[in-house]
Design a protein around this ligand. Structure first.
Ligand SMILES: [Zn+2]
Length: 262
């Protein structure tokens, strides 16, 4: 980290392992991050549950989140976590100030994914690493609950909207091919590892919860109370290495040295 950047200088006190330190995209990112990645930015960290999981083992992980409600919630649940207000396309840290950037299920929600990756490159030190995850064009991409439910809602107007964090642009919740991510990363990054996991069984559960509780019963509180079920199915499904049928794509890439950049 750069010595002059006070915003990155707050020590992290709590670092106990959590379930998410070992499973799902958070566990994978934590395993993939090199030991010498001491300052890590978790971009689009919501209320910090993943940031806390990534921090297990004593690594300093700083969240970045644009939604003030999420930032307040993070402060309440994880008061020892540092969460900065900012956007994936305008990160609130200096050039070359972090060892790694983690961007889990963020790119499919931002208006300009390429701009977010250029910004990640700006804040990474040369040789630093990005670990990102996105929905993949696998077998069950068409049953993506975040695309199917809004389509149903256009017919059933009284159904409740998605949670703000699940909202997508007009193009919907985009599913990527590995090559598409490689192209978006551009010449500033070298892809070093990929994984395609889970077949998307979670989506059936998520869609059922959305239709039952936000649609038919119109009870946001019941929906939110049952969300851990959806997470549990995701964590189990994600253990399946699914190749081209995979629902989730994780990509690791290294920021090229400036001399190699075109
Ligand atoms: Zn998403």
């Amino acid at each position: 980290m750069s010595a002059g950047d006070e915003s990155l200088a707050v020590p992290m006190r709590h670092d106990r392992p959590r379930v998410l330190s070992y499973l799902g995209r958070w566990g994978r990112a934590r395993r993939w991050l090199p030991d010498d990645a001491r300052v890590v930015l978790d971009v689009g960290c919501a209320f910090g549950y993943g940031t806390a999981a990534l921090a297990a083992g004593g690594r300093r992980v700083i969240g970045v989140e644009r939604d003030p409600d999420h930032i307040r919630e993070a402060a309440r649940r994880f008061p020892w976590l540092q969460v900065l207000e900012g956007d994936a396309e305008a990160l609130p840290v200096a050039d070359r100030s972090v060892d790694a950037v983690v961007m889990l299920d963020v790119l499919e929600h931002v208006p300009d994914p390429h701009a977010a990756l250029v910004e990640a490159h700006r804040v990474l030190r040369p040789g630093g690493m990005i670990v990102l995850s996105v929905p993949h064009c696998g077998l069950l991409a068409r049953i993506d609950a975040l695309n199917v439910y809004p389509a149903l809602r256009r017919r059933f107007r009284s159904w409740q909207p998605l949670e703000p964090a699940d909202e997508t642009g007009p193009a919907g919740h985009h599913h990527f091919e590995t090559e598409e991510i490689r192209n978006l990363l551009g010449s500033g990054f070298v892809v070093s590892r990929t994984a395609r996991t889970g077949i998307g069984l979670t989506e059936l559960v998520h869609l059922a919860l959305l239709v039952a509780f936000k649609g038919l019963l119109r009870s946001r509180s019941a929906y939110r109370a049952l969300l851990p079920l959806h997470l549990l199915v995701y964590l189990i499904d994600d253990l399946i290495p699914a190749g081209r049928y995979g629902y989730h794509l994780t990509v690791e890439a290294v920021a090229a040295e400036p001399a190699v950049r075109s």
